[in-house]
Ligand binder design. Structure first.
Ligand code: PLP
Length: 440
């Protein structure tokens, strides 16, 4: 019987919607819903052009072939595919992953690979084994919203480091580390998405990669390199990974989400040997083992299909969409609006004319049937109000052009309002919020 004074016995719909509100662990305080989550429910309606979500265009996959691949895999290896497996992941797949990483110049050993449920899980495991509450994680400005959510959930102190068109600024990185060290902070990780970054679309230059690594190594800070977009460069070039420069100072995260299928949820970490051991133990504690079914599907697909040709199909499709976005922005956006020109990946980062606020503008954009993610989602400290992220990966080119036309109209009318009434803004929200999955 439920005791009458237990939270479970409290009437639903009273003044407290969640009767367990006083029972949560302190670390769950970081798990708050984004204030714009409700808007994204509206933005997923078909009449809205969503330039918000970073969903890969999986309809371009050869679905019939994949269906046959899965059927053959279950028929031939069903007893393995449908069973529990190794906590570290399937050995053959780990060998294949090492071949995939060679495209980025990485010489990794299958023993040092841990297969995870998407690279998002690898991110979580790395933070779980390295970070105590209050430990500092250095991140780019802006940074991947899903990573910020993980850092917050482990009560890390997130510190943004300035970026420019070539990636993270070495001077800003050094200055930030010196300042934090002086304060007695413990800096554990430098998190970077150096290639076709989510959300800015920026790619770090080779020199910047080397400098970032040197600075981090000098201060004994582990580099966490998150690299899910590396094969999606529009000219076919794959930048050399930071991990290719050092096998001890970097944990590298990879994923099949953007090159095969996000729904399979197969990603990985490549880590120095000792770190790999801890990661496997943490992974076993979390999920026992990654799904064999999904791993064997990926392994079979890599073994039997010309998968790099399919990656080329994706690259060309995304390039066409990127071009549609850039062309439409150049033609339609009012003067004073600027944007990045991505050489691969899914995203462009737009900065609004001075005085406009992308967070405040979002409800008006959604009313005009276009959605984006406001820049504040990619910062943990309220920065980014003048910016927004546009994703061109999912809508067809004509929809992208239509979306930009609508957004241009919204920006124009915001400018009119700003010219008439001035540009006093509401203050940024006090705390960071957990992202909507549609934003990532
Ligand atoms: C930078 C970055 N890291 C990690 C992820 C998560 O990828 P996965 O599907 O492998 O979990 C994403 C997904 O959008 C991403 O953009």
């Amino acid at each position: 019987m439920t005791p009458v004074n237990s939270p479970a016995a409290m009437p639903r719909g009273g003044s407290r919607l969640d009767p367990w509100v006083d029972s949560y662990a302190a670390r769950s305080a970081g798990l708050t819903a984004s204030e714009i989550r409700a808007l994204f429910a509206v933005a997923s309606r078909p009449e809205v052009v969503s330039l918000a979500g970073g969903m890969p265009f999986v309809s371009a996959l050869p679905l019939d072939i994949l269906a046959d691949t899965v059927a053959a895999m279950i028929r031939d290896r069903g007893a393995v595919a449908l069973q529990y497996g190794s906590g570290q992941g399937d050995e053959h797949l780990r060998e294949q992953i090492c071949e995939v990483m060679q495209l980025s110049g990485i010489n990794g050993h299958p023993d040092d690979v841990v297969v995870t449920t998407g690279s998002q899980m690898a991110l979580d495991l790395v933070v779980r084994i390295f970070c105590d509450p209050g430990d500092v994680v250095l991140v780019e400005s802006p940074s991947y919203v899903g990573a910020l959510g993980v850092f917050r959930s482990y009560q890390c102190r997130i510190v943004h480091v300035q970026m420019d068109d070539d990636g993270l600024s070495p001077a800003a990185l050094t200055e930030t580390i010196d300042r934090l060290t002086e304060q007695g902070a413990r800096i554990k990780l430098l998190y970077t998405v150096p290639t076709y970054q989510n959300p800015s679309g920026i790619t770090a230059s080779p020199d910047r990669r080397a400098e970032m690594l040197q600075i981090a190594a000098r201060h004994n800070i582990l580099v966490l390199e998150d690299d899910p977009y590396c094969l999606l460069g529009f000219d076919g070039h794959v930048p050399q990974a930071i991990r290719a420069l050092d096998d001890q100072a970097v944990v590298y995260l990879g994923s099949f989400s953007k090159t095969i299928a996000a729904g399979l949820r197969v990603g990985w970490a490549l880590a120095p040997h000792g770190v790999r051991e801890k990661l496997v133990l943490a992974a076993e504690a979390a999920v026992l083992c990654p799904a064999n079914y999904a791993q064997l599907t990926v392994a079979e697909y890599l073994d039997t299909q010309p998968w790099l040709d399919q990656v080329k199909v994706f690259r060309e499709l995304y390039r066409e969409r990127r071009d549609a976005l850039l062309g439409a922005m150049a033609a339609q956006f009012p003067a004073g609006t600027t944007w990045t020109v991505p050489e691969g990946g899914f995203y462009s980062w737009v900065t609004l004319p001075e005085g406009l606020d992308a967070t405040a503008m979002l409800p008006r954009a959604v009313s005009s049937l276009v959605a984006y993610v406001p820049g504040t989602g990619f910062y943990s400290d309220g920065q980014g109000r003048e910016s927004l992220r546009l994703s061109y990966c999912y809508p067809e080119p004509e929809r992208i052009v239509e979306g930009v036309r609508r957004l241009a109209g919204v920006i124009e009318s915001e400018l009119d309002v700003a010219h008439t009434f001035g540009t006093d803004h509401v203050q940024p929200p006090p705390g960071p919020a957990f992202p909507d999955p549609g934003m990532s």
